[in-house]
Design a protein around this ligand. Structure first.
Ligand SMILES: [Zn+2]
Ligand SMILES: [Zn+2]
Length: 328
C-alpha cells in the first residue's frame, strides 16, 4: 500500500548487477515493518538462491544511502531496516515480550528536542525515541491484530486530515458566531463569507477523508500515528469563547486574525518538518488556505478602521498588523 519510489530514478549504472539490486529493492519494498538484514536474506533466497548474503548487505547499505531505507536500532544487537521513501521519520514503541514494534509521530517531542538542543547550542543531526514495554495484546492476551503492525502513508494522511478537519470545524463555529454578533454590516458579511468558505473547505476535506477510506477500508480502525498536544483547533475554540464575552467588530476581526495566523503557523511549521508524504501535503495546503483567510481578515480590518476610525485609547485592540509580517 506504500507508494513505491520511481525505480528508474534510483536505477544505478551497470547491467546484471543492477537487476539483482532491483530485485532486492523490490522485495524490500513489498514488506511492511522492520526487517533485519537476515530477514531480508531469507526473503530474497526464497525467490532467487543465487543472490549472495554479501550482495543483500551491500544493497541494504545502498538503499540507506539512496534514501529508500532507514536503519533502526531496537537494542537487539543488530540493526533493522524500514522504508524511508515518502515515510515520515517516526518514533517506536517496542514490546519486550513479542518483539513487535509500533510507530508513532509526535511533533511536540520533536519540537522539545530542538528546543533543548538549541538551549545547549547543540546542532542535532538525529534523535531517536524508543519506548520499551508490553503491548496491549501481550498484556491482555487478546489475539494480535495485524492492523497494529507497521504503518502506511495512508495512516499518516488520515491523522493529518483529522487534525485539519477538526480545525476547520472550529473555524466554522468561530465565524458563524462572529457573523451573528457583528454590528457593522460589512463586517457581518466578511464573517458570513468566511463561514461559507470554511464550510466549503470542510466539505472538501471530508471528501478527501472518504477517498482515503475507500483506498483502505480498515483505515479507521488503525491506531493513531500522529500525536499533537496542542492542535490548532484550540485557537479557534478559544477565539469563539472570547466572542461570547462581548466584543466590538474591530475586536472580533482582530481575534479572527490571531486565530488564522496561529493556525497558518501551526500547519506550516509542522508540515515543513514532515518528510515528503501525503500528510505533509495536507498540512502545507491547509496552511495556504489559512494564509488566504488571514490576508482577507487583515484587509477587512484595515477597511473597517478606515470607516470607523482607530479604536479608542485604552482599547486592547492592537494596531492592524501588516499582512506580510502577520504570516511569519
Ligand atoms: Zn507484545
Ligand atoms: Zn519504524
Amino acid at each position: 500500500m506504500a507508494i513505491l519510489p520511481d525505480l528508474s530514478r534510483l536505477k544505478p549504472d551497470g547491467g546484471k548487477r543492477s537487476s539483482k539490486r532491483e530485485q532486492i529493492v523490490n522485495v524490500f519494498l513489498r514488506q511492511e515493518g522492520h526487517l533485519s538484514a537476515d530477514d531480508l536474506v531469507d526473503l530474497i533466497r526464497r525467490e532467487d538462491q543465487r543472490i549472495s548474503r554479501a550482495t543483500v548487505y551491500r544493497t541494504l547499505q545502498w538503499m540507506v544511502d539512496a534514501g529508500v531505507a532507514r536503519k533502526v536500532d531496537f537494542g537487539e544487537g543488530r540493526f533493522r531496516f524500514e522504508h524511508s521513501y515518502r515515510q515520515p521519520r517516526h518514533f517506536h514503541l517496542i514490546c519486550k515480550t513479542c518483539h513487535r514494534s509500533f510507530e508513532f509521530l509526535s511533533s511536540d517531542i520533536e519540537g522539545l528536542v530542538e528546543e533543548v538542543a538549541a538551549a545547549r547550542s547543540f546542532t542535532p543531526s538525529q534523535s531517536v525515541v524508543q519506548i520499551y514495554g508490553t503491548c496491549e495484546e501481550c498484556r491482555t492476551g487478546k489475539a494480535p491484530s495485524t492492523t497494529a503492525e507497521g504503518h502506511s502513508d495512508l495512516v499518516f494522511a488520515r491523522d493529518a486530515l483529522r487534525i485539519a478537519i477538526a480545525t476547520e470545524r472550529s473555524g466554522l463555529e468561530f465565524y458563524s458566531r462572529a457573523a451573528r454578533i457583528a454590528r457593522d454590516a460589512r463586517g457581518r458579511k466578511v464573517f458570513h463569507d468566511l463561514a461559507m468558505e470554511e464550510q466549503e473547505h470542510l466539505g472538501k476535506l471530508e471528501a478527501r477523508y472518504a477517498e482515503l477510506l475507500r483506498r483502505d477500508p480498515q483505515l479507521e480502525s488503525r491506531p493513531t500515528f500522529l500525536f499533537f498536544k496542542g492542535a490548532a483547533n484550540g485557537l479557534f475554540a478559544e477565539g469563539a469563547e472570547r466572542l461570547l464575552k462581548g466584543v466590538n467588530d474591530q475586536q472580533a476581526l482582530m481575534i479572527g486574525i490571531r486565530c488564522e495566523r496561529g493556525s497558518h503557523r501551526f500547519f506550516k511549521k509542522y508540515g515543513e518538518r514532515f518528510e515528503d508524504s501525503e500528510g505533509k501535503q495536507i498540512f502545507l495546503e491547509f496552511a495556504d488556505e489559512e494564509r488566504e483567510h488571514l490576508d482577507l481578515l487583515v484587509r477587512e480590518y484595515r477597511a473597517l478602521v478606515k470607516r470607523q476610525g482607530r479604536p479608542r485609547r485604552g482599547s486592547r485592540v492592537a494596531a492592524a498588523p501588516s499582512a506580510r509580517a502577520s504570516a511569519r
